[in-house]
Design a binder for this molecule. Structure first.
Ligand code: NAD
Length: 492
């Protein structure tokens, strides 16, 4: 058992203009330890008045942050990364308690968080425009400018890591930010915002409004003074945000999850593939948008591969995050019930639960790692994002059928191919409808690589240099340098 050497406050305020601010509502929500079901702190419920204050503050801070020299901006962002690195143990402990994930996974998330700040810090003084050759009578150039105030709404599966994924590129590009974390997992976001201040970020450049989607999220995404929105979460909420954004023509970057196929051919190394698939679906108890929740396996190796995955999973130690088990609880009671409902739906549809499917006899929001065989791709458990420790196994006969099943979903976030045939791997990588394709591994994304969805899985890209496109707009400047001032007509 890892000692959580931190104390939690009874109540957490909002974070606006570098200060802890009580909510206008004077209302608070309990936050729970998913491993026990006990409430251990309260978070503030912000409403539209607090959101307005946070956005106004961010707007004021933007006016000066945008003009901080790129070199200095990069240095401050780098210092934030350093502060996160120095506080990594505390942050991982917070994540472990508030979200429920195993300690080693929490540490990995926090390592990812400081990496975002380090990675993007180096880009601050390289955000160059270009010179466009339009002829001898005109000088034409572009430069890339920040949008202004970025609203960021984050989910409960990777709260600290996703704060960094959006905030680091937004800041480095010269934007200021208002973050609305999920009510289930707010605490790491508040700590990270404090660390930003301690690292020398001007007050108001990062603000946090906490509470529910209704109380704080919706007022934030529909605020008229927001310039760009970054959201990670469910499709339904993403669609609602797009509708609000349409009123003010505000650009959105959306990451909306997936129903990701792992396609396994008979020539794949079985033991290694079984290990990869187990990690790919049961990490963070399946609460991962890029999890391999559909296993498409060739009929010749179906039974052997499934047996191996089951034998790995049957050895899993399940427990509280601070015991660093193989799998922890789900993030909330509500979500546990949603996952259990899907397990019932799978059984009813005729899929066969060959392991798991039950709630372990212990407190907290645990669900056993569950594997369904005899799944048809049209079943709900093969089409809808369960976001829990549930693997749906589908058998296929040949490559053509595998591709057709893999692409037969509204989602398109990640996909994986397990084979030793290099031509097949490249061929499928081209035709799989997904923003990220892994070959002979899973979770192949890093800080440096672009990540995002095709189809209903989202709009835009996070991570890598591509993420900067969500935080920078291009301005073109055209200057007449002709001797007689003779302009050209539009369209020339
Ligand atoms: P959600 O989409 O409702 O919530 C995500 C975030 O959006 C939270 O911060 C929430 O408070 C906020 N929010 C909710 N309604 C809002 C609104 N109208 N305007 C602005 N912000 C709003 O997700 P959920 O209910 O917590 O989970 C439901 C399902 O979403 C899960 O089962 C899973 O399938 C999916 N999900 C996906 C991801 C992902 O990484 N893609 C993450 C979390 C959840």
């Amino acid at each position: 058992m890892v000692q959580l050497d931190i104390s939690f406050k009874e109540r957490y305020s909002l974070f606006i203009s570098g200060e802890q601010v009580p909510p206008s509502t004077d209302d608070y929500l309990p936050t729970y330890d998913p491993a026990t079901g006990n409430s251990f702190a309260e978070i503030a419920i912000a409403d539209s008045r607090d959101v307005d204050q946070a956005v106004t503050t961010a707007r004021t801070a933007f006016e000066s942050w945008r003009d901080v020299s790129p070199e200095k901006r990069g240095r401050i962002v780098h210092r934030i990364g350093r502060r996160i690195r120095d506080s990594a143990d505390e942050l991982a402990a917070i994540e472990c308690k508030d979200q429920g994930k195993p300690m080693s996974q929490a540490r990995s998330d926090i390592r990812g968080a400081w990496r975002y700040f380090e990675y993007y810090s180096g880009v601050a003084d390289k955000l160059e425009g270009r010179s466009v050759p339009v002829g001898s009578d005109q000088v034409d150039y572009t430069f890339r400018e920040p949008y202004g105030v970025s609203a960021q709404v984050t989910p409960w599966n990777f709260p600290g890591n996703l704060f960094a994924r959006g905030v680091a590129p937004a800041l480095v590009a010269g934007n200021t930010v208002v973050v609305k974390p999920a009510p289930q997992t707010t605490l790491s976001t508040l700590k990270l915002a404090e660390l930003c201040s301690e690292a020398g970020l001007p007050d108001g450049a990062v603000n946090v409004v906490t509470g529910t989607g209704e109380s704080a999220g919706q007022p934030l995404v529909s605020h008229p003074d927001i310039d760009t929105i970054t959201f990670t979460g469910s499709v339904a909420t993403g669609q609602s945000i797009m509708q609000h954004a349409a009123d003010t023509v505000t650009p959105v970057t959306l990451e909306l999850g997936g129903k990701n196929p792992a396609v396994v051919f008979p020539d794949a190394p079985l033991d290694q593939t079984a290990e990869s698939i187990a990690t790919a679906i049961f990490t963070n108890a399946g609460q991962v948008c890029s999890a391999a929740d559909r296993l498409l396996v060739h009929e010749d190796i179906h039974d052997r591969l499934v047996d191996r995955i089951v034998s790995i999973v049957d050895e899993y130690e399940i427990g509280p995050g601070n015991a660093d088990p193989d799998m922890g609880p789900l993030a909330s009671a509500e979500h546990r019930d949603r996952v259990l409902e899907y397990i019932a739906v799978g059984k009813e549809a005729g899929a066969k639960p060959i392991t798991g499917g039950n709630v372990p006899d212990r407190p907290g929001y645990f669900v056993e790692p569950t594997i369904f065989t005899d799944v048809q791709n049209e079943m709900r458990i093969a089409q809808e994002e369960i976001f829990g420790p549930v693997l749906s196994v589908i058998s296929f006969r040949d490559e053509k059928a595998a591709l057709s099943i893999a692409n037969d979903t509204k989602y398109g976030l990640t996909a994986g191919i397990f084979t030793n045939d290099i031509t097949r791997a490249h061929r499928l990588a081209r035709y799989l409808e997904a923003g990220n394709v892994y070959v002979n591994k899973w979770f192949g994304d890093t800080t440096q690589t672009p990540f995002g969805g095709y189809k209903s899985s989202g709009i835009g890209r996070e991570k890598g240099l591509e993420a900067l496109d969500s935080y920078l707009q291009t301005k073109n400047v055209a200057i007449d340098i002709s001797a007689d001032g003779s302009g050209t007509l539009p369209g020339a």
